[in-house]
Design a protein around this ligand. Sequence first.
Ligand SMILES: Cc1cc2nc3c(=O)[nH]c(=O)nc-3n(C[C@H](O)[C@H](O)[C@H](O)COP(=O)(O)OP(=O)(O)OC[C@H]3O[C@@H](n4cnc5c(N)ncnc54)[C@H](O)[C@@H]3O)c2cc1C
Length: 398
Amino acid sequence: MLKINKDLCNGCKICTKVCPFGAMKMVDEKAEATEECTLCGACVKTCPENAITIERRRVDPSKFKDYKGVWVLAEQVEGQLRNVSLELLSKGRELAEQLGEPLCAILLGHEVAGLTDTLAAHGADIVYISDQKRLAEYTTDAYTDVISALILTEKPNVVLIGATANGRDLGPRIAARLRLGLTADCTGLSIDDKRQLVQTRPAFGGNIMASILSPYTRPQMATVRPNVFKPPEPNPSHKAEIRTVDIKVNPAAVRTKIVETIKTGEEGELKVEEAEMVVSCGRGIKGPENIPTVAELAKELNAALGGSRPIVDAGWMEHHQQVGQSGRTISPRLYIACGISGAIQHLVGVAGSAEIIIAINSDPEAPIFTVSDYGIVGDLHKIIPALVKELKRVKAQK
Ligand SMILES: Cc1cc2nc3c(=O)[nH]c(=O)nc-3n(C[C@H](O)[C@H](O)[C@H](O)COP(=O)(O)OP(=O)(O)OC[C@H]3O[C@@H](n4cnc5c(N)ncnc54)[C@H](O)[C@@H]3O)c2cc1C
């Protein structure tokens, strides 16, 4: 929390001017922080009287050794494990081995015991399972209560959560409840020579990669983008110890109720984050009337149809189809970018993970060509129909 020493404060108002959140005000000629304060520290650095300090909760470093285990939230929806949980088990295994600690999965839900074998086969040494009717569907309160209580008793060293819609909701809640650090939306994880978790994520609009540590609190928590790591090959002979969690959800503590679930996308529509092939279009398609041309190419290839942000912002495609930093991260075997310039915010969603990238762009200098395996310079309105025609011809021959 922010502490202001009123005896030292000289009422100079510098802090009110430097605060980027407008969270400092003057009361009786002394500085005071409002609820908008994010503890960014701008005022601390600029106060000429050193009257402002931030008091952070710290775990005594000598107690770090009490925290053991790399935990992965095994997120399931309607009894199906999310792929990102398996991806995290893969990375978690690597981290656990480096630390010499067990890899654990936390599984919450109702009638989900059948998933424990899958978690074991994907590398979990221990599976913590909380099977209750009140956990059948994700609610922030119920999941936060159970996982926070479990963390307090079991003291893991690392907690990893998929940066799905639910994970992005849950991670910060747990971190705030337990007053822990959290790095959101990581794209890289490693262990440094001081056995700390190095959490890497794009910062400043994707222009730099920031490596973030949690030196003061344990466990070290991160949410991680789907499709960044490859899921491990399952090994059915790998068994896990199953630990039943005896923490009951207090119904009075759950403030939300799922009234209706509306699924995005059409029935049977391939999802960009899951498809083996993705064809995306950008502003180069000029108008929504040209989307069917690109969609036909996607259909011929049995690929998912995606788009860049301007296409989604214009309402020509749904948000779940957006590829990039503020959309989905994808890892297809083949990515075809049609009329997409290759801005960094688009590329962070695909460039590191797609096996082959083909770009179609009329501008030979377009940045997308610097990351493409194959580039076609020309008008997509001519090239795509020609590709579709050729695909149809080859298929007909077969
Ligand atoms: C915080 C932040 C987050 C963002 N998140 C995302 C994100 O998640 N995903 C994303 O995509 N963007 C994102 N952006 C936006 C990003 O910076 C770019 O503005 C965007 O990716 C550009 O989209 P585009 O390539 O479709 O359009 P443009 O940059 O306008 O490129 C259009 C391309 O089409 C080509 N072209 C034009 N006509 C033809 C033709 N007839 N045939 C072939 N090629 C043609 C042009 O040469 C050009 O290269 C984000 C930006 C910010 C600031």
